[in-house]
Design a protein around this ligand. Structure first.
Ligand SMILES: Cc1cc2nc3c(=O)[nH]c(=O)nc-3n(C[C@H](O)[C@H](O)[C@H](O)COP(=O)(O)O)c2cc1C
Length: 206
């Protein structure tokens, strides 16, 4: 079993990464393979809405999005982490997630997911709400913790002092590991994925 943890911030070794490391270490302690996937600090374009991906499965803009989509096929769970930028997720992660999730129900359905945010002071719950919206319309199973998944700090040394934030990350890791193992156990005894109706799409045009 494998979980990919996305660092959607500009700092490879910053606060978001420190929070993700805590989740990752806990998952590994539970025997689950992990990989931290940093978006890097080159610009990531927003979705062009060209629907090119519906024909090829790949995005027409060949960048980190396609690299991630290849890895995502093999993953059982995901954590998307972001610094809070103006009470929202980072612009880069927002662009990345729009392009990763657009039309990709098959890749993510019935897999587990969680968001993690890092802020200096405020806006964490607004950003947390934003990241969870991607999962909740993609048939994903969202994992919770003892508190909303957030840490506080301007640099990773600050996060180190956020004992409650780091404990929240460990609890998230343990909860995710338990859920992944429960899903695996269910699969082994023949529990089938839920049946899906053909999707109805209404555009409210009369
Ligand atoms: C453009 C920008 C906007 C920010 N907006 C907020 C904010 O709204 N609230 C807040 O508490 N911190 C804000 N911050 C601070 C970061 O969220 C905070 O330092 C975060 O922990 C950094 O994570 P990182 O090291 O992974 O980049 C902002 C930082 C930047 C660069």
């Amino acid at each position: 079993m494998k979980v990919i943890l996305v660092n959607g911030g500009p700092h490879k070794d910053g606060c978001t990464n420190r929070a993700l490391e805590e989740v990752s270490k806990t998952l590994e302690n539970n025997g689950i393979e992990t990989e931290i996937f940093w978006l890097g600090n080159k610009a990531i374009s927003g979705c062009l809405g060209c629907n090119g991906c519906s024909k090829t499965g790949k995005c027409v803009i060949d960048d980190k999005v396609n690299e991630f989509l290849d890895k995502a096929k093999e993953a059982d769970g995901f954590v998307f982490g972001s610094p809070v930028h103006f009470a929202a997720i980072s612009g880069m992660l927002s662009s990345f997630m729009d392009r990763v999730f657009y039309g990709r129900g098959n890749l993510f359905s019935n897999k587990v997911a969680a968001g993690v945010v890092s802020c200096r002071r405020g806006g964490a719950t607004a950003a947390f709400d934003e990241v969870n919206k991607y999962f909740l319309m993609t048939n994903m199973i969202v994992v919770g913790s003892q508190y909303w998944n957030m840490v506080h700090g301007s640099k990773k040394e600050d996060v180190e002092k956020d004992e409650e934030g780091l404990q929240t990350m460990r609890t998230l890791g343990n909860n995710m590991a338990w859920l992944l193992k429960s899903i695996e156990a269910g699969r082994k005894v023949g529990v089938k994925l839920p049946e899906k109706e053909e999707t109805i799409r209404t555009n409210f045009i009369r």
